[in-house]
Write a protein that binds this ligand. Structure first.
Ligand code: WT7
Length: 646
């Protein structure tokens, strides 16, 4: 499908219409998709009632849009290319699927689920590595109206169990194990541990990927390949109401347990399909590579749904950027003549440190557009990406969005709108940003003379905004809509430049960490560490990290001696790996005599953050609200990380 926006004027006109007359605008876009029955009402609800609905009355199935409709003209066009972890292809060969082949695989998988009794509205938990089956299983769920809940393969058994239980899934799909670089991850073993605490699971479907030895529970465990062998590629697309949930994806916030963010069918489809083809300016023969794991929203929207909705060829890579050497990504781009490459700043920063020798012998001339996602991209990484990867020919689209927004909300449009370094630039059609000052008052952006920074919010619903948190609408309202009534609160700070009208995202304003593009809540990590036998209380904060963006630093109060700080660090890391997953392990654990608390008992993480950024106790500002201001000095004395002075 062709991008609608092809000039700057068209962007402006589309934006204007989308805000002034959203119904007109989005119904035109929605007509580029296939509906079993068209909608009767384009949009209703707002950020005060938080009952947002798009394309009400419409009946559709997203898989007919991702697969069936391409068969006539693009049936033999490649839908998916899978590059294995091992470049010598000894373990696994490359796998390629045309749209017709993918369609057949999905139908078999959907029939398999149906035979196991999965029905419309049931939740299916998918805990798979980066192999084609993860995408096939997601689409198979959508085919029969089941709600997929993908859990990132890096999460621990405890996290997996928590997500299975919260979503009340009865089927879990996993694999025996997976390779990532030199490491083997035994997913089935983790799944087994999770199921011990997730009694609702009736069947565990296991895709045999590496053939390693695995524990087996007769009756409960079923081999994916055996089940598929008993199916045929027949499964009608179940008619879905526009607002039927499509998937749940868990994400971290500043407090409490991860939230099951719910996205619904039609609005998500329309917005993700539209933003994909326009932002990246998709052409018929593109090879699009998104390096994100399917277990995160980037993988859902721009590896699975966005490309397939548009009939694009998407590349999925099982491995990591540094295996067998730091030239792997560039080698893969050369091998498949990738035209659009979409990755995270943390990847760029880690490859930048390896120098340019790994790039120089690769042919990257196929590249046309580069993308960045997941965290603010710093100037150095941006310049390196632009110069050495894009050879100063390819625009970089710095795409800002969140799990909750469903699709990209602030971003340049490749080759059409400007791409200054480190700016997400302009809102996409349908998106009305607002910046609130420290009193929560909206700053009037159109009368500004100087740049302004504050809390980034959105003022009006767009089709792919999350509808709720699974079975807890009160929590959804509280987290995103209560503090600033009438606005959707992103949790990020942004800066607005009145001369250009551009936005620059400056980072989270809440207790959410962004470690190598992974979103983690400080509260979750603190809760895990508090279970350590020596620890009575913990405060976790992020600190600036040259590659990961943020590193994790834990301040702990202990009530008993332990052998050495090295042992304490190791045992805390071990505990966090078990409770959440290796991605949440703290880099430092500092034992402190107390934490900086207000008289009402709230930990002032801001003070701890400032110390880690290089401030001395006299530079951190007013500490008079602290119960014990002297504690700051002793924490400072014991810092394990000596930051460069600010
Ligand atoms: C948070 C959302 C949706 C993309 C994957 C992450 C940060 C995301 C950018 C960007 C600056 C960014 C924000 C946001 N973020 N993209 N281009 N520039 N910051 O999804 O896990 O829901 O995390 O990632 O802080 O709130 P997520």
């Amino acid at each position: 499908m062709k991008p609608e926006i092809t000039t700057w004027q068209e962007y402006q006109a589309a934006y204007k219409e989308s805000i002034e007359n959203p119904s007109n605008f989005w119904s035109k876009i929605a007509k580029t998709f296939y509906w079993q029955k068209e909608w009767t009402n384009v949009c209703s609800g707002d950020f005060s009632d938080v009952n947002i609905r798009w394309f009400d009355g419409g009946i559709l199935n997203i898989t007919e849009n991702c697969l069936d409709r391409h068969l006539a003209e693009r049936g033999d066009h490649l839908a998916l290319i899978w590059e294995p972890n091992d470049p010598t292809e000894k373990m696994h060969g490359v796998r390629k699927y045309t749209y017709r082949q993918l369609y057949e695989e999905v139908l078999c998988c959907a029939q398999m689920l149906q035979k196991l009794g999965v029905q419309k509205g049931d939740r299916v938990c998918i805990y798979l590595p980066m192999i084609p089956e993860i995408l096939i299983c997601m689409l198979a769920c959508a085919r029969i109206g089941a709600i997929h809940s993908v859990v990132f393969g890096g999460f621990s058994a405890a996290s997996l169990a928590e997500r299975i239980n919260d979503s009340d899934a009865h089927i879990l799909i996993t694999a025996d194990s997976a390779f990532r670089g030199n490491k083997e991850i035994h997913l089935k073993e983790i799944a087994d541990k999770a199921i011990q605490n997730a009694p609702g699971i009736q069947h565990c479907i296991v895709y045999i990927h590496t053939g390693c030895a695995i524990p087996w529970v007769e009756g409960r465990d079923l081999k994916y390949q055996d089940l598929i062998a008993q199916t045929t590629a027949e499964c009608p697309a179940v008619p879905m109401e526009a607002e039927a949930p499509l998937f749940i994806l868990y994400t971290s916030g500043s407090t409490g347990k991860p939230k099951g963010i719910v996205h619904t069918t039609a609005g998500y489809m329309v917005y993700v399909g539209y933003t994909f083809r326009n932002i990246f300016q998709i052409r018929d023969d593109d090879i699009f590579w998104c390096t994100a794991d399917v277990g995160w929203i980037t993988g859902h929207s721009y590896l699975v749904y966005g490309p397939l909705l548009n009939g694009t060829t998407v590349l999925m890579f099982e491995g990591i950027p540094t295996y067998p050497d730091p030239g792997r990504f560039w080698q893969v781009i050369q091998k498949y003549k990738v035209t659009i490459f979409y990755t995270a700043p943390t990847v760029i920063r880690s490859l930048l440190l390896e120098g340019t020798s790994y790039l120089e012998d690769k042919d990257l001339s196929s590249l046309r557009v580069l993308g960045s996602v997941g965290e603010p991209i710093n100037e150095e990484a941006w310049q390196w990406y632009y110069k050495h990867v894009g050879k100063e020919r390819c625009p970089i689209v710095d795409t800002y969005w969140q799990t909750e927004t469903g699709g990209i909300v602030i971003s340049p449009i490749a080759n059409i709108t400007p791409t200054p370094p480190c700016y997400a630039t302009y809102p996409l059609p349908g998106i009305v940003p607002a910046i609130l000052d420290s009193y929560g008052k909206e700053i009037a952006l159109n009368s500004l003379k100087e740049p302004a920074e504050g809390t980034l919010c959105f003022k009006q619903p767009w089709p792919s905004i999350a509808r709720t948190t699974f079975r807890d609408h009160a929590r959804f309202k509280k987290v995103y809509f209560e503090e600033y009534p009438g606005y959707y609160l992103t949790g990020d700070n942004a800066r607005y430049e009145p001369t250009t009208g551009m936005f620059r995202i400056t980072g989270r304003m809440d207790d959410v960490l962004n470690v190598s593009g992974h979103r983690l809540g400080t509260a979750e990590i603190e809760n895990a560490i508090n279970e350590h036998e020596a620890v009575v209380e913990t405060a976790v904060v992020g600190y600036p990290h040259p590659i990961k963006g943020q590193g994790i630093y834990a301040f702990v109060i202990c009530d008993r001696p332990f052998s050495s700080s090295e042992d304490l660090l190791k045992s805390v890391q071990q505990l966090v790996s078990e409770k959440i997953g290796p991605i949440a392990k703290p880099d430092y654990v500092q034992v402190v005599p107390g934490l900086p608390k207000t008289r009402s008992g709230k930990i002032m993480r801001r003070i701890l953050r400032k110390l880690l950024e290089g401030a001395t106790p006299t530079q951190i500002g007013d500490t008079s609200t602290l119960l014990d201001p002297a504690i700051v000095e002793s924490i400072f004395e014991g810092l394990l990380l000596k930051p460069k002075a600010v």
